[in-house]
Ligand binder design. Structure first.
Ligand code: DQA
Length: 154
């Protein structure tokens, strides 16, 4: 299984940025945790982070043919980006949406996601572990031929 792991704007600052919301692990820490979990499950990961919406859309377009699924923390783009939504839909690959913080316990504008209805499922609020739970869910979904989850992309 090949999985593209996408991180959106400001997630390059993890470890220093608003630790009460996002915890103290850096993005490199999270990637290392994911790699260990992926290796134990025979999965291959490709990582990408950008602060630029256009670069993210380009990456999804360029990478879609080389991955089986996506693990996505689109950060602020979650709440705003029709372009990313369309790119993920166009890739025709299932994805799990993850958030470090519990977006539903925060400002109302974070309660809306332009991605969730396309996702297999959404995991939010477990800090770095959200990514690990998301990866587990994705691998299980792929291994069972899409029997888990109810999302349209699956
Ligand atoms: C986030 C939540 C978003 O609302 C926010 O803009 C982020 C991070 C999270 O992981 O909790 O940058 O996606």
């Amino acid at each position: 299984m090949r999985i593209g792991v996408l991180n959106g704007p400001n997630l390059n600052l993890l470890g220093h940025r608003e630790p009460l919301h996002y915890g103290t692990r850096t993005l490199a820490d999270i990637e290392a945790l994911l790699l260990a979990r992926a290796e134990a499950n025979g999965a291959e990961l490709t990582f990408f982070q950008s602060n630029d919406e256009g670069e993210i859309v380009d990456w999804v377009q360029a990478t879609g043919d080389r991955v089986d699924a996506w693990l996505v923390n689109a950060a602020a783009l979650t709440h705003t980006s029709v372009a990313l939504r369309d790119a993920l839909a166009g890739s025709d690959r299932p994805f799990v949406e993850v958030h470090l913080s519990n977006v539903f316990a925060r400002e109302p504008f974070r309660h809306t996601s332009l991605l969730s209805d396309l996702a297999i499922g959404v995991i939010a609020g477990f800090r770095a572990s959200s990514y690990l739970f998301g990866l587990e869910a994705l691998l299980r979904h792929l291994a069972t031929g899409g029997e888990t989850g109810t999302g349209k992309a699956g």
